[in-house]
Design a protein around this ligand. Structure first.
Ligand SMILES: [Mn+2]
Length: 336
């Protein structure tokens, strides 16, 4: 194989312009083009394709994380059945969301169909993730909205003995129970994880700055299982002279040895993801996100899987996908 990591990606090459087959790869990425219940703005279902295209621009040597590509990275082809499932579920959900949320009685038939689509996606990502883990590879999911990784997280938690920690980067807690009436809502992912995946022993949230009081109370009720780092609190501590890296170290020290990273792009400053479904001012800069991932790597923890969700490409502007591809590459770089 002749492969020059400093050359432009050859036509027909894989993600990041890499030449690896699935067999050769240590990291297998699964595109999940699904965003049935995104409440404000949509288009994250087009995220995986746009990230793939933008990934060709990413330089392969990372000053901190080194030759990330040497792990071997492969992205599965997009599954057309998931894309069409997303479209049909979205067509049912959109008018209900527009009306302010689904009515459990009046809209029962539509809700059942939308929830069934969510279950299909969970089964799909679970099966794929189990297969990748059994092969001794590391699974990475590329969404789609934040409902998509539930099955992947379940599979990773089942593999790990002694408890899986989740490093959750997001503007939102995602603790809503059946947000707008939908069980598998993007705003409910961590509620569903905590309720239905007992193998998750710890959830550490970073970037949090938009949440309901009920969500905050739900997090507090979980006791030591949930640790939320509020974005404004970190900003205030930094203004008073605390180093960002020390805040990262304190957060990461709370995680067990085995970690799954769930990276919602809206955890970043919205200047880096202007088209994402629910942008919120504040958030991590690109350098802060990079340093956070580096600090996790330096801690010696094992990243057993990860996802990148809510990247929403523009029709004729690849900025969101460009940032997404670079975060995705660094996520690959956290894998040992
Ligand atoms: Mn989220």
């Amino acid at each position: 194989m002749t492969f020059d990591p400093d050359a432009a990606g050859a036509p027909g090459s894989g993600i990041f312009g890499l030449p690896f087959t699935r067999d050769q790869a240590g990291i297998v990425l699964l595109p999940v083009p699904f965003d049935a219940t995104t409440s404000y703005g949509h288009g994250t279902a087009r995220g995986p394709d746009a990230i793939f295209d933008a990934s060709m621009q990413v330089d392969l040597y990372d000053r901190r994380l080194g030759r990330i590509y040497e792990r071997g990275i492969y992205m599965e082809p997009s599954d057309e059945t998931i894309a069409s499932l997303s479209e049909s579920a979205r067509a049912l959900a959109a008018p209900l969301i527009e009306a302010g949320g689904a009515d459990p009685k009046k809209d029962a038939a539509a809700i059942a169909k939308i929830d069934a689509a969510g279950e299909r996606v969970a089964a799909f990502t679970y099966d794929h993730t189990v297969r990748v883990l059994k092969e001794g590879k590391v699974p990475g999911l590329v969404g789609g909205d934040h409902s998509t990784p539930l099955g992947a997280i379940r599979a990773c938690a089942e593999l790990v003995k002694g408890g899986l920690g989740i490093l959750h980067i997001d503007a939102h807690m995602d603790f809503r129970e059946a947000y707008e009436g939908f069980t598998y809502s993007h705003a409910s992912i961590m509620y569903n994880v905590l309720k239905s995946v007992p193998g998750v022993s710890k959830l550490v949230q970073i970037g949090i700055r938009d949440f309901g009081e009920g969500e905050m109370d739900f997090g507090i009720e979980q006791g030591s299982r949930v640790h939320t780092c509020y974005d404004d609190q970190w900003a205030e501590q930094m203004l008073r002279g605390t180093a960002f890296e020390d805040l990262c170290k304190d957060a990461i020290a709370r995680l067990p040895q085995d970690v799954y990273i769930s990276f919602d792009i809206d955890g970043l400053d919205p200047a880096l993801c202007p088209r994402t479904g629910t942008p919120v001012p504040g958030g991590l800069s690109f350098h802060e996100a990079s340093l956070l991932l580096w600090t996790l790597k330096q801690s010696g923890r094992r990243v057993v899987g990860f996802d990148l969700v809510e990247v929403c490409p523009g029709a004729d502007d690849e900025w969101d996908a460009n940032v997404g591809a670079r975060i995705l590459y660094k996520l690959c770089g956290t894998v040992t």
